[in-house]
Ligand binder design. Structure first.
Ligand code: G3H
Ligand code: 13P
Ligand code: ZN
Length: 322
């Protein structure tokens, strides 16, 4: 199967009450870990590349790695998506350079400017057979070099979504309902403790999601900032010389609930990074004499694979849907 757009994927996901995982890729081992899990679980897949990934690994290397995954996994549909496209030029470069989907992130602009920018990207993308994700609302957390504090974040306003979708022609919409970018969400100070003394983050605003879905029936919604910050990997990092602060990610059962609703794409990046870093740190703690990258990247790739398998089966529900 060649690279595909997300159009059919999202139609099936919406109707089937599951979501497709959108995983960020930055190097070969991450691409391999994700795609091996998706292939074994027969899951549709979105591989996404940020501006920072293009700066780190180079556009051509990343496109060719994803094309290699398409050849190795002919049974599953794969989308190559630009994550958080910051401007028209970056989106155009990815559309011209083999991507099948782009996000234009106009969420830091005014509503009117976001519409104008998104419309411009949609016109160019659709003329080239590429689909577009837009964003309304602002997530807290760190993405690329932009850090948004919890106070400066803002939920998506449901009363704006129909006008935005109609005027821009976007194919999917990322919304802010309380998820947050990065591995430092949420601090103990932002959480409450349940009756067992366990830290619980502020719940996602399902009321906003429901209202948006009511206004946009059948329209695919996207959740960014959906890593759950697995505590076993945080522990693995901290027991092997790291210093990750206490943080509680998005509870997986809340993501599962969102996937059963109108959310068709769930973005996960930080959890991949935690798996890779924890594994590499543990490897070096146990084998201080080793220096072959193949030896420490192999278990890191294997742990990414198992983590992605868990997301596909237990969180997204997209196993067997390829
Ligand atoms: O939401 C942002 C993604 O996690 C990408 O992160 O810009 O560090 O590649 P990055
Ligand atoms: P996390 O930082 O929660 O993994 O979010 C990733 C993301 O939204 C990529 O766009
Ligand atoms: Zn994001």
């Amino acid at each position: 199967m060649a690279l595909v757009t997300s159009t059919e994927m999202f139609k099936k996901a919406y109707a089937g009450g599951y979501a497709v995982g959108a995983f960020n890729v930055n190097n070969m081992e991450i691409v391999q870990g994700i795609t091996e899990a998706a292939r074994e679980e027969k899951a549709p897949l979105i591989l996404q590349v940020s501006k920072g990934a293009r700066a780190y690994a180079n556009h051509t290397y990343l496109v060719k790695l994803v094309e290699a995954a398409v050849i190795e996994c002919p049974e599953i549909p794969i989308v190559l998506h630009l994550d958080h496209g910051p401007d028209f030029e970056t989106c155009k470069s990815c559309i011209d350079g083999g991507f099948t989907s782009v996000m234009i992130d106009g969420s830091s602009h005014s509503f009117e400017d976001n519409i104008a920018l998104t419309r411009k990207v949609v016109e160019y993308a659709h003329a080239h057979g590429v689909v577009v994700e837009g964003e309304l609302g602002t997530l807290a957390g760190v993405e690329d070099d932009v850090k948004v504090s919890a106070e400066d974040s803002s939920y998506t306003r449901p009363e704006e979504v129909e006008e935005f979708v109609e005027k821009t022609g976007v194919d999917s919409l990322a919304i802010a309902i309380g998820t947050s970018h990065g591995a430092y969400k949420f601090t103990p100070a932002q959480c409450t403790r349940n009756e067992k003394g366990i830290l619980v983050p502020p719940p996602l605003r399902f009321d906003i999601l429901e209202e948006i879905s009511r206004r946009l029936p059948g329209f695919p919604i996207v959740l960014h900032g959906s890593s759950s910050v697995p505590q076993d990997f945080v522990k693995m990092i901290n027991e092997n010389g790291g210093k990750m602060p206490d943080a509680v990610g998005i509870p997986e059962e809340q993501l599962r609930k969102a996937a059963e609703m109108s959310v068709c794409k769930i973005n996960i990046d930080s959890d991949l990074r935690l798996a890779m870093t924890g594994t590499v740190r543990q490897f070096f703690a146990e084998h201080p004499d080793k220096f072959d990258p193949r030896e420490y990247l192999k278990p890191a790739r294997a742990n990414i694979k198992e983590m992605v398998r868990h997301k596909i089966v237990d969180v997204l529900g997209c196993n067997g849907k390829a």
